[in-house]
Ligand binder design. Structure first.
Ligand code: FES
Length: 320
């Protein structure tokens, strides 16, 4: 996947669903059906700001059985690089955006005897479409959805209407906390677990399942990192013979793309490995922010994931 594989969509509806989350409905600009996808997929949305282009991944939360439109939801992150703020403040109904074709890095396992899903906050967006796939099948499933307060429970009414008592909602503010350890321990053999949410929640689910002796193949999680801001630095792309300056609020991958070089990616969140790139020279240190490279690979200084990682120093040369 690269930024050249995108198609035009029109924003047909925008709704504020919680104090921080907006919901967007996107239809193909040419009126055609949207490309098919499965629950757990995401798309990359390309946003052309006044001075720069943002490319952010967002989960598809609409039903994979309805290809008349896609739905995404965006949590406003004021302290980040600006993509979510752009979606909140500048995207309006009727606007055209470019999006990449869906990619699924968070698939349901077809052999599971039961599915138990955990979502925290905006993590529900990665799970909502999986629930729609599960509703069409015969395998039992249940969702445990944790939010900080009732007014932050995005899509709660819709989830309860669609899935009834298969959905449990927990509110931190009411001391109504989710018993992850107890829930995981109580699952029958053959269950697969899925989690998307804040880092501590993912950690608790993984630790609980491992402590209960679950096989790694039965444990599924999605945690895209947003590229952090950092110092500006320059990079030379040797194969392309292009010098690129990376701005503080720009990812290395975005800077490479803006220079017209077609770099590979899938998740843009440091988990899939698709953007892995060889470092030929570095005068300074690599700042690794991904979940993909091993500690040894990071320490070697020879590899970098440009979607989330950057450099701190004078000079970086990549095999790109
Ligand atoms: S695009 Fe997936 S790790 Fe960079």
């Amino acid at each position: 996947m690269s930024h050249s594989h995108t198609f035009a969509v029109t924003v047909t509806a925008i709704t504020q669903v919680t104090p921080l989350i907006k919901h967007f409905v996107l239809k193909a600009a040419d009126g055609a059906q949207m490309p098919s996808f499965s629950g757990g997929s995401h798309v990359v949305v390309v946003m052309k700001g006044a001075t720069r282009v943002y490319r952010n991944p967002y989960s598809l939360l609409s039903s994979p059985n309805d290809l008349s439109a896609y739905e995404i939801a965006v949590r406003r992150a004021d302290q980040s690089r600006g993509g979510s703020v752009f979606m909140h403040d500048h995207v309006t109904v009727g606007m055209t955006l470019q999006i990449a074709h869906p990619v699924n890095l968070f698939q349901l396992d077809k052999l599971a005897l039961k599915h138990v899903l955990f979502a925290g906050g905006v993590g529900i967006t990665a799970i909502a479409a999986q629930l729609e796939d599960l509703k069409m099948g015969a395998v039992p499933y249940e969702l445990h959805y944790s939010v900080r307060a009732p007014d932050h429970a995005a899509f709660a009414d819709r989830l309860l209407a669609r899935h009834g008592d298969r959905v449990r909602i927990y509110h931190d503010s009411a001391e109504h906390r989710i018993d992850i350890e107890g829930l995981v321990a109580a699952q029958p053999l053959g269950t697969h677990v899925y989690v998307c949410g804040p880092t501590p929640m993912i950690g608790r689910v993984l630790a609980s399942a491992r402590a209960a002796g679950w096989a790694e193949s039965h444990i599924h999680w999605e945690q895209f990192s947003a590229p952090p801001v950092g110092d500006p630095f320059d990079v030379f792309l040797k194969k392309s013979n292009v010098k690129v300056s990376v701005l503080p609020d720009q990812s290395l991958l975005e800077a490479i793309e803006d220079a017209g070089v077609d770099a590979p990616y899938l998740c843009r969140g440091g988990v899939c490995g698709e953007c892995k790139c060889r470092v030929l020279e570095v005068d300074g240190v690599l700042v690794h922010n991904d979940h993909y490279l091993s500690p040894e690979e990071k320490a070697s200084g020879t590899l970098i994931m440009p979607c989330v990682s950057r450099a701190h120093g004078k000079n970086l040369v990549l095999d790109l």
